[in-house]
Ligand binder design. Structure first.
Ligand code: BHK
Ligand code: ZN
Length: 420
């Protein structure tokens, strides 16, 4: 009995072979000119230090965030000091942060078991999110249904919620995409909250009711299910898919570099060990291919919004070039209104601009593909925060984040509704 409890506890908490981050720190590094940017790049690219660039310095005045393993701390510090780079330690011990997050999740699992109620203010496993999607369909059968658009590399379901009042007629549609990067947990959490919000507000809130009279909404809360599961079981900071790359032990492709849009060009890596590995060929990732095929076959998508964190940005194409997209002025105007709506709830400030200048250039990304395939209203949000909690945004920020995001999403959807 004791042994059963012991192993049960191990499995329950998933600590069997989980990567730990004891003593690992996050450095915020200030770069003031091109010379300092190249110094930083040299540091980040030295293979033996095993640094993970959480956030690139998007421009002078916007610092870089770098995860530094404990064994590299001394070397990194002396490099920064020798080269006169300004830095501060943003996270003293990453494992402490992860342990807290884990404890909160476990506590919530027990509460949900006794209350039998999905807590939207908590982070969840893939299974719990998929269950809640089924629940929403059960409660709102005339509005919501699920669609399985494919499977992941490890054969998990690409599970989509469809909201439609069209009784089978093919309407113009909106795609809401979340969780393409595994560690960005606020994205699926915001997505599932949004699903519930759409379902609850239909017939009550004028804006969403009228949007759904004209258009269908498809919402994919976890676009990278294997990666998401892996962040729960093995490595909280995993970003990519979990596909096997021949000829190397490095796993995974960056699904936000794998789309068939200037594939393999700027801002993507051909090294399978890189966090921005573009994959063997466009759509090599089944997760990406499922979405691309579904959207192409449907043929009437007018809007695509991809949710990431962190950085607080509302962006639009292009990522693969700094050249202006044909509709850049219109998209910029919509993005500015979106940022205004996002800020209206609790003052959270979002910067607005094209991806290439807002963050950095990145080819093969999701919304460039959408835009170049006729989906004019293509946006990427970088949700909270600006780096204080970064990927480990505390669960008590889920609902405030989702609420403000909802105002931004509605702004775009209403505009689309009026302009198609
Ligand atoms: C977003 C959209 C399109 C291209 C790049 C980005 C920035 C994003 C990335 O793929 O590198 C940064 C990130 O994950 C944090 O959410
Ligand atoms: Zn991301």
């Amino acid at each position: 009995m004791k042994w059963i409890l012991f192993f049960g506890a191990l499995i329950g908490s998933g600590i069997c072979d989980r990567e730990t981050f004891s003593g690992h720190q996050v450095f915020r590094i200030n770069v003031r000119n091109g010379d300092e940017i190249s110094k930083l790049n040299r540091l980040v690219n030295s293979d033996n230090l095993k640094l993970d660039l959480w956030k690139s310095p998007s421009a002078v005045g916007h610092p870089a965030d770098v995860l530094v393993p404990s064994f590299s701390l001394r070397e990194v510090k002396s490099f920064l000091e020798d080269h006169g780079l300004e830095y501060l330690v943003a996270v003293e011990d990453l494992q402490t942060v992860l342990d807290n997050e884990d404890q909160q999740m476990q506590h919530n699992v027990r509460q949900e078991l006794s209350s039998n109620c999905f807590n939207y203010g908590a982070y969840h496993t893939l299974e719990a999110i998929h269950n809640e999607m089924d629940n929403i369909v059960k409660c709102y059968p005339h509005l919501a249904s699920t669609v399985e658009i494919g499977h992941s590399f490890e054969n998990r379901s690409m599970y989509v919620l469809k909201f439609s009042t069209g009784e089978g007629r093919q309407r113009p549609a909106i795609w809401l995409n979340a969780g393409i990067h595994a560690r960005e947990w606020i994205s699926p959490a915001t997505a599932i909250w949004t699903a519930k919000k759409i379902a609850c507000d239909y017939g009550k809130d004028q804006a969403i009711t009228s949007i759904l009279k004209k258009m269908d909404i498809f919402l994919l809360p976890v676009a990278n299910p294997d990666g998401y599961v892996y962040t729960h079981t093995h490595n909280r900071l995993w970003r990519k898919t979990r596909s096997i790359n021949p000829g190397t032990t490095c796993i995974g492709t960056d699904p936000n570099r794998n789309w068939d849009s200037k594939f393999g060009e700027v801002g993507a890596s051909d090294n399978p060990c890189s966090e921005i590995y573009h994959g063997a060929h466009p759509n090599s990732e089944m997760e990406v291919k499922s979405v691309a095929d579904f959207i192409k076959n449907h043929g009437k998508f007018k809007c695509f919004i991809d949710l990431h964190n962190y950085g607080q940005l509302v962006m639009y194409p292009y990522g693969y070039t700094t050249e202006k997209a044909q509709d850049a002025d219109e998209l910029d105007m919509v993005a500015k209104n979106t940022a205004k709506a996002l800020a209206s709830l609790s003052g959270t400030q979002f910067r607005v601009g094209p991806i290439a200048t807002g963050i950095y250039r990145a080819s093969g990304n999701t919304v460039d593909w959408a835009y170049d395939n006729g989906i004019k209203y293509a946006f990427t949000f970088e949700l909270r925060d600006t780096g204080h909690y970064a990927f480990t945004l505390p669960a008590d920020q889920i609902i405030p984040t989702a609420q403000e995001t909802w105002l931004g999403l509605k702004t775009i959807m209403e505009y689309v509704q009026d302009n198609i």
